[in-house]
Design a protein around this ligand. Structure first.
Ligand code: URA
Length: 197
């Protein structure tokens, strides 16, 4: 707990001067930060997350609740965070701000802090949602299409279970049963005393 607070303090101090004049608040992780059974890692916060300064609320929170229900876990049992802690945005065709994928610069700035965060939380296992956290924590080449539903070794020294990002199911409906099967496989593995089979 103290270790995580110290990482977050250092992180705030590091990022504060980086984007002067731009409003880019950090959305930090939350939940059980004392060796939880799982640390769930998403890509980056969206609009609601920035407004509430909490990861996985709003629409993504609904996805998270579905995951927790399927996996038989409670939100307070696990730790939830994102690779990139600011909301990456771009201007859409109608002139409105919209989410975009994190760029290389953002990833290289935030990945070392993610490693420190994991080290402070000491989860028993990591669950990555989609390609961004999976690549950040492996060799940057592994894709979720190749290894979803499987345990891998992460570069953080903690076993990692790869899942599709629940938002991707909205665009590719065929992934819905695959995602569900993967979450059930994860739950079964944890029940057997996982994380690694
Ligand atoms: N909200 C988050 O906090 N993370 C995601 O990956 C998506 C939405």
């Amino acid at each position: 707990m103290a270790a995580l607070q110290s990482v977050y303090q250092d992180m705030q101090a590091f990022f504060k001067p980086l984007w002067p004049g731009e409003d880019k608040p950090l959305v930090l992780g939350e939940g059980n930060s004392d060796q939880p059974i799982l640390m769930l890692i998403g890509e980056a916060p969206g609009e609601t997350e920035v407004i509430k300064r909490r990861p996985f609320v709003g629409k993504a929170g609904k996805n998270l609740d579905e995951f927790l229900q399927l996996a038989g876990l409670k939100r307070e049992e696990i730790f939830v965070s994102n690779v990139v802690k600011i909301r990456p945005v771009e201007m859409g065709p109608t002139g409105r701000t919209r989410n975009r994928a994190p760029n290389k610069e953002e990833l290289s700035l935030f990945i070392p802090w993610l490693m420190k965060e994991i080290d402070a939380v000491q989860p028993r296992a990591l669950v990555t949602l989609g390609n961004v956290p999976l690549k950040a924590l492996t060799d940057h080449k592994t894709t979720v299409g190749d290894c979803h539903g499987q345990w891998l070794q992460s570069q953080a020294g903690v076993p990692l279970f790869a899942l599709y990002h629940p938002a991707s199911i909205i665009y590719r409906r065929a992934l819905a049963p695959v995602y569900e099967q993967d979450v059930l496989a994860l739950a079964a593995s944890l029940q057997k005393g996982g994380p690694l089979p």
